[in-house]
Design a protein around this ligand. Sequence first.
Ligand code: ZN
Length: 321
Amino acid sequence: MLEKFKQNQSIAYKIISNTLNNKHYAHAYLIETNNCTEGFDFALTFAKLLLCPNYNNGQTNCQNCMQCQMIDDNNFPELKIIYPDGNWIKKEQLIELQEEFNKKSIIGNKKVYIINKADKLNVNSANTILKFLEEPQEGIIALLITANRYQLLETIISRCQIISLNGQANLLKEKDAFQKIGLLITNTDEEYQEFISDETNFEKVNAILKFINYYEKNHKKVLLYMNDYWFNYFSLKENISWAILIIIYFYKDALNYKINCPVEIFNDYLEEITKIAELNQIDMLINKIKVLNENRNYLDNNANLNLLMDKIIIEMEEGGK
Ligand SMILES: [Zn+2]
């Protein structure tokens, strides 16, 4: 059943085959889909092979054993799949998972959980899953799926073996900044097409660049004009989440420029990138990226958006001295 990925996902195919053959399992895998459509299918196949007793005995195309059939019917107790509940994956969902997985396996000696759209972990749920990853239990394997690894906390990424699938995001070089942003913040081709065909999104990306520009020139004074520069465009949590991500990408590119590495996303905004790179020391850029990353994870359901944006500006300024 892994064979169907052999051609399109040859590298990932090899990694999984070797893992299964050697029986050296990591405790957690991060499956980076790069916006390909088969990410979930790939994760589910991997989970099935981990759990199928026949695969362990060398039969690579089982599908027929009790385990395989129960997985197909979505009622195998040792496989749990977590999806976002609304906009976020909630802490309660993960606590429930942990409680269930703390019990002894009923069938076999392995348990697998899949977190689909792991970028939808908020600060509370990310901390909960982190505790789970930090104290791995024998026989429990986590598969996290996300469009690209940069959407996740560094602390989570570092606990996972990354399996990067071939997808659209690998075509980054052929696209302009707006299209690249679309690829980075969406999860499927459908979402991507929707994003880039909506002109208001283009305006929003430009508004973000204007905001950065105004902030970089005027520093804390921007706090007086947050409605004009920010909340006129971004008033919903979901929008703010990706808007902050775009600022992070922008500063990362300014940092790239500063340290003579290739600009990755904003190639067609080189003038803006150069200007910001000149206004900031390397450690100032690193601090700004850190502040944005940390605060983006506070965007859960209770966040006060005005306070959060103020906090970001103040913390970015404090690090700049
Ligand atoms: Zn089987």
